[in-house]
Design a binder for this molecule. Structure first.
Ligand code: 8X3
Length: 258
């Protein structure tokens, strides 16, 4: 997308979970593509800092504090975004890597709430604005965990399968409207927080996820695929992109130099 003059309003993109990792990288990328980006995340200082950094680079960015599981807050947020072209549902994450036999139901519930209900809340609230734009895109950042299971994946795999189903079903239901639904399913991505959160702050366990893997994906790699998908011509719907590092052939087949 080329730079726009002030006479032509920039298209608008909302990115959830934009205070770090894939969300922040996607906000930066879409801003560089010419979008006015609206960053939503729970952590005020961090999301403000990312928005400030994007503005410092000469782009348009605003930050909002938002918990995507809070439906009333999401509805209020949607009221502040009357015009919208791209919604990137990125908020979510993993909690625990316990076997089904001993996993904590509260972890399973929280993962379903953030990954599935959070995406549902935000998509429902913003779909009217996306439709009204005449050319809207919903992006669902799921995971390879939404397309196959692995031992210890448990509640995360279940939630990500749910998110995948949400994307597939929505695409069927809104065909004929000017909104496309794109699912991006990343495999192993090394970010500051994903594995650390999953292992509740245990840095040693988190580091083992990436041990010996030459080049796990970065948040920028995923942002790059999102930026590419949403900037295709409006009639082109990238249904699903599975993105893994070269060293990862499947959820359970990873090459490690150890
Ligand atoms: C992250 C990929 O393999 O940790 O969504 O489930 S994995």
């Amino acid at each position: 997308m080329t730079a726009r003059t002030s006479a032509v309003p920039s298209p608008v993109a909302v990115v959830t979970g934009a205070s770090g990792g894939i969300g922040a990288a996607t906000a930066r990328r879409l801003a560089a593509e010419g979008y006015r980006v609206v960053l939503a995340a729970r952590r005020e200082e961090r999301v403000e800092a990312v928005a400030r950094e994007i503005r410092g680079a000469g782009h348009q960015a605003e930050a909002y504090v938002l918990d995507v599981t809070d439906r009333a807050a999401v509805e209020e947020f949607a009221g502040r975004v009357p015009t919208l072209h791209v919604l990137v549902n990125n908020a979510g994450g993993a909690l625990g890597a316990d076997p089904v036999a001993s996993g904590d139901p509260d972890d399973w519930r929280r993962m379903y709430e953030t990954n599935v209900i959070g995406t549902l809340n935000v998509t429902q609230a913003l779909l009217p604005a996306l439709t009204a734009s005449g050319d809207g895109t919903v992006v669902v950042v799921s995971s390879t965990a939404g397309h196959g299971t692995y031992e210890g994946g448990g509640g995360y795999v279940a939630a990500k399968h749910g998110e995948h189903v949400l994307a597939e079903t929505l695409r069927l239901e809104i065909v004929g409207t000017p909104v496309r639904v794109v699912e991006i399913a990343p495999g192993m991505v090394k970010t500051d927080e994903f594995a650390l959160t999953r292992f509740r702050g245990d840095a040693e366990k988190a580091a083992k996820v990436y041990a010996g893997v030459a080049e796990p994906l970065t948040a920028d790699d995923v942002a790059d695929t999102i930026g590419w998908a949403v900037t295709r011509p409006a009639h082109v719907n990238i249904d699903l992109l599975v993105v893994r590092p070269r060293a990862q052939a499947s959820n359970t087949k990873v090459h490690r130099d150890l």
